[in-house]
Design a binder for this molecule. Structure first.
Ligand code: SF4
Ligand code: SF4
Length: 278
């Protein structure tokens, strides 16, 4: 049963990766008159919920909209924010095709480095580096509001992955993509952890989300399987309520869907654990 549920996440990740790749390729085909008409208006910008964030920021600060931002961006942003308010950054853990891409490369890294994978950076540096994505978020919002353009696309490895065959991708974005690909062999989701401005924003929902992740201390056997399985290196077994800003709501550590061997010990839940849960 557990494996079935974990497979569901993989299936959803693959489906969204294919969908975004298809939209990107179709947009290019359209330019030569070969795109599928139903999807012909869609571009990668149109399916980026971060476009909605920067557009609203610019609207609030200067009263204008960002060029290349579509109504779909704002709709997507509302859906993603609502789900994050309820259950945390599901978008990062289940949908973002660039997160999935890094995970796939990480599987190769796991084969190469076994248990050392995802543990190369000493904790004292790692915990500071994780706040760098908030610096990126602030710079992106300010630069976008000032210029009226989606500035992050110029350095965005996600944009580079799905547009590298077009003339729209800068050399810096290609280099950023190659760096992320290389790092993904050593660290799980390096871009999500250290640089993604959208992940930074969604991560804040972990602090206020309605349904937090909880560990039942009285049933936990301290096996640390949850810690080892967490792609974001969160020490689940040392916490009772996990509200870490880096959690991507992947369910990997939970009892129902993930690696915790004791039923009802790690769960997304609102109430406290009762005696009968022990
Ligand atoms: S394994 Fe658990 S704590 Fe780690 S990111 Fe996934 S849901 Fe969050
Ligand atoms: S996997 Fe479950 S039982 Fe093991 S340490 Fe984590 S919460 Fe406790």
């Amino acid at each position: 049963m557990k494996k079935k549920k974990r497979r569901l996440r993989s299936v959803i990740q693959i489906l969204f990766f294919i969908l975004i790749a298809f939209i990107a390729v179709n947009h290019t085909l359209l330019e030569s008159g070969k795109g599928i008409p139903l999807l012909s208006g869609a571009s990668l910008h149109a399916v980026c919920p971060f476009g909605g964030v920067v557009s609203l920021y610019q609207l609030a600060t200067s009263g204008t909209f960002v060029k290349k931002v579509h109504e779909s961006n704002v709709i997507l942003m509302i859906i993603v924010f609502s789900s994050a308010f309820l259950l945390g950054p599901l978008f990062c853990g289940w949908i973002c095709p660039f997160g999935s891409f890094q995970e796939i490369l990480g599987r190769l890294g796991k084969k190469l480095f076994k248990r050392r994978f995802n543990h190369f950076i000493p904790y004292k540096y790692d915990r500071i580096l994780r706040y760098f994505r908030y610096v990126v978020l602030i710079i992106v919002l300010i630069q976008t509001a000032r210029s009226g353009l989606l500035m992050f696309a110029n350095i965005d490895p996600y944009f580079a992955l799905f547009q590298f065959w077009t003339g729209e991708v800068t050399r810096i974005a290609i280099i950023a993509l190659l760096v992320v690909m290389g790092l993904s062999l050593f660290v799980e989701r390096p871009f999500c952890k250290y640089a993604c401005p959208y992940g930074a924003l969604l991560g804040l929902f972990n602090l206020i989300r309605i349904v937090p992740l909880k560990r039942n201390v009285s049933t936990c056997i301290n096996c640390s399987r949850c810690d080892r399985s967490c792609p974001m290196n969160i020490s689940v077994s040392s916490l009772e309520v996990i509200r870490n800003h880096q959690c991507i709501s992947c369910f990997q550590c939970t009892s129902d869907d993930g690696v915790c061997p004791i039923p009802g010990t790690v769960e997304f839940r609102t109430g406290t654990f009762k005696e009968s849960d022990s």
